[in-house]
Design a binder for this molecule. Sequence first.
Ligand SMILES: Nc1ncnc2c1ncn2[C@@H]1O[C@H](COP(=O)(O)OP(=O)(O)OP(=O)(O)O)[C@@H](O)[C@H]1O
Length: 269
Amino acid sequence: MRSNNLAPNKLDTATFEVRGVKVYYGDFMALQEVNIEIPQRQIIAFIGPSGCGKSTLLRCFNRMNDLIPGAKVEGEINYKGRNIYDSKINPVKVRRQVGMVFQRPNPFPKTIYENIAFGPRTNGYKGNIDELVEESLRRAALWDEVKNKLKAKGTDLSGGQQQRLCIARAIAMKPDVILMDEPCSALDPISTKQVEELCLELKEQYTIVMVTHNMQQASRVSDLTAFFNTETDSSGKRRGKLVEFSPTEQIFDSPSTREAQEYISGRFG
Ligand SMILES: Nc1ncnc2c1ncn2[C@@H]1O[C@H](COP(=O)(O)OP(=O)(O)OP(=O)(O)O)[C@@H](O)[C@H]1O
């Protein structure tokens, strides 16, 4: 089987270098050692069956696992030349650079305007907030739909609009990376298409790492795909592992591993 020590191709400088990362919840090793490089300004899809550690690894990129009691991350994730797990690094600062969009759209119970303005203002943004709100909503392909109702509640928008609002909120913090955990799983097909088109535009500027259960979505939008699976440990627990990380076309047309081939052809998972 192919090693998971993989820089898939020399596309660009890496945004993240993941070195020997293992994640535990209490004593349970949820994700066994991962070593990969995430190139910048690409869309990377994480696919694989339930419980294989996709979201667990995604949360490592902005130290969100720190917020889960009992979660422990071993290894290094280098970002801009520094290990974000170094004790001197402030995780709040990491989260400013590495934004996150969740499965269920979760706008704040505030106006559309405030959903965007709140974070930058709280972080001492010195520029023109009106301009930032407009620019972020434009980048998230939502401006035309909301420009005349910026004082309406974010939660009154449709599900697809709410998700684009959450993407705009992430963009307003001027991140380098946007993590997306199944961003379309609660959306209808039209909203899904809009979010996918948006991702394709955003990758001009951002690195996007996306967990998805939708293999068509992974093949439509991503440049690289990481396939994860589970294996049973000696105590009978199922832990996650990275099996293959390849250019998306390759992993869907001719995966290097039998596990990926069986999953992609629908034989399990
Ligand atoms: N907060 C937590 N506390 C304890 N165990 C957890 C926690 N979150 C995840 N796990 C366990 O870690 C393993 C990996 O879970 P994770 O959610 O990362 O998988 P996933 O591949 O994203 O799954 P899904 O596709 O179902 O969302 C699973 O065995 C899960 O039960």
